[in-house]
Design a protein around this ligand. Structure first.
Ligand code: SAH
Ligand code: SF4
Ligand code: F3S
Length: 461
């Protein structure tokens, strides 16, 4: 084969919707196209390849893609009139769910590519030069084996905190959810591969890793001993990688919150005191209809155990209001559970009917105004608990991982162990991005905290 010169100076624009998995995947797409001569741009008008990395979880999220594609049609036309070629790519979960249908609706799209095929992007883009291409296969090869590692500079540019996918897909089949269809069956990456990724990140100066998976606490990757390792075991090994000061993981399912993982929160200093454990509803009837396979009491027992292991832990959750058949009494059960747990943070949504999911065809859909009213009440309560949790930080000294410089000279911005944003004056301190500083919280605002530097510890957690 003759060597063709790499096209230099091409620009890539990726816009991600949805969950952290998509944020991570967007980086992997940039990594796979980097060696092909693509540099990322933040300006869509400047891009030779535009990727919409889509989310199918709720109707609104999925519909956003089509309005965005309408705008891209105009942009592509304008660029063409200047003699510039543009490839429009739809990736992510809408791509997986709707496939060729997207191109039928929106001929502006050159390539539709599902989440399991990002390693094939260079080849797919080349093929898309001569006509529309769709690739939503679940290939036999492991995409992770074919995704190149980013350069040291690229890793550093992305910040001191990184996501690492350890598990993908879901076998739980909650009645409302598209993820088992868009991301496929649960697959865990082998321990050695995860550790290699973490070591590479740590060598580039990354201090915090968040191990991600749709059901991350169901992790059962092959260990060096040939056996399946749990997430708890994996975390203990990740903690041994020099430079890694903080470990987080998301998203967990209540059923997989085993004792070993709970003990990690007590025993492993690098495990951050934060747990995102979606419950969706506080009503046993609704939980059953959702196929969550646990009741409210089991969820609360898990929470109690976690709190016994790590009393200061911040808890967060996801909620759905207006699931088919949800009555006022069911909703009050949710409010009761919220008051009992007092979450530090939460995401809450109106139930959205998703094609192909069991709940979509269930009778008794809840009327839109009822959903809206329940959501408003729930969010008000969740916000009160969030503020109460944050108020508890006032006067405390916390280790803050410095992420970036602030708006004012000498100011640094970072995160507390509880994922709270903290800014503080560090003028003359010698603190750098990636350091961990002891900071006393002196004032609160709605979305951030003001701190006062009381000590520096460059390498400890
Ligand atoms: N794997 C995670 C999260 C999946 S999606 C888990 O098990 O919880 C993130 C959140 O979106 C869910 O927790 C749920 O609260 C919400 N969600 C999923 N499907 C939805 C739907 N059809 N309508 C409204 N919210 C939904
Ligand atoms: Fe969706 Fe349920 Fe799987 Fe979470 S556990 S991804 S909500 S099916
Ligand atoms: Fe959305 Fe897919 Fe994530 S549907 S929430 S982007 S797994």
């Amino acid at each position: 084969m003759t060597q063709t010169p790499k096209p230099a100076g091409k620009r890539l624009f990726v816009k991600s919707y949805g969950c952290q998995m998509n944020v991570y995947d967007a980086e992997r797409m940039a990594d796979v196209l980097g060696p092909e001569g693509f540099a990322e741009t933040a300006d869509v008008a400047d891009a030779d390849v535009i990727v919409l990395n889509t989310c199918h979880i709720r109707e609104k999220a999925a519909e956003k893609v089509y309005s965005e594609l309408g705008r891209l049609r105009v942009l592509k036309g304008e660029r063409a009139s200047r003699g510039l070629d543009t490839r429009v790519v739809v990736a992510g979960c809408v791509a997986q769910a709707e496939g060729a249908e997207i191109q039928r609706r929106m001929p502006v799209v050159d390539l539709v590519v599902g989440p399991q095929n990002y390693h094939r992007l260079p080849d797919l883009l080349a093929r898309a030069r001569s006509g529309p291409v769709v690739d939503t296969e679940f290939p036999v090869e492991d995409k992770f084996d074919h995704l190149p590692a980013p350069s040291r500079q690229v890793m550093q540019r992305r910040g001191v905190s990184a996501f690492v996918t350890v598990q993908e897909g879901c076998d739980k089949f909650c009645a409302f959810c598209v993820v088992p269809y868009t991301r496929g069956a649960e697959v865990s990456r082998p321990v050695a591969k995860v550790l290699a990724d973490v070591a590479r990140l740590a060598e580039a100066g990354i201090r915090e890793v968040t191990l991600i998976g749709q059901n991350v606490n169901a992790y059962h990757g092959e260990g060096p001993d040939g056996r399946d390792w749990t997430l708890a075991r994996l975390m203990a090994r990740v903690a041994e990688v020099p430079g890694i000061a903080r470990i987080r993981y998301t998203t967990s399912h209540p059923l997989d919150m085993d004792d070993a993982l709970i003990a990690v929160h007590r025993d492993l200093p690098q495990a951050m005191p934060y747990l995102h454990l979606p419950v969706q509803s506080g009503s046993d009837r609704i939980l059953k209809a959702m196929n969550r396979r646990h009741d409210a009491a089991a969820y609360l027992r898990a929470i109690d155990k976690v709190r016994a292991a790590r009393p200061d832990i911040a808890l967060s959750s996801d909620f759905i209001v207006g699931f088919p058949g949800e009555t006022d009494a069911d909703f009050e059960d949710t409010m009761r559970l919220v008051d009992r747990v007092r979450f530090a943070a939460a995401f809450s949504f109106k139930y959205s009917q998703r094609p192909g999911t069991p709940a979509a065809d269930a009778g008794e859909q809840v009327a839109e105004p009822v959903k809206a009213e329940r959501l408003a009440r729930l969010q008000e309560r969740l916000e009160a608990h969030r503020q109460a949790f944050n108020a508890g930080a006032l006067g405390q000294v916390m280790p803050v991982l410095v992420e970036r410089e602030g708006r004012h000279p000498g100011q640094l911005v970072g995160k507390s162990p509880y994922l709270q944003g903290v800014h503080f004056d560090a003028a003359g301190s010698g603190l750098r991005i990636g350091d961990i500083a002891d900071v006393e919280i002196v004032a609160l605002s709605t979305n951030s905290m003001t701190g006062r530097l009381v000590g520096e510890r460059a390498s400890a957690a």
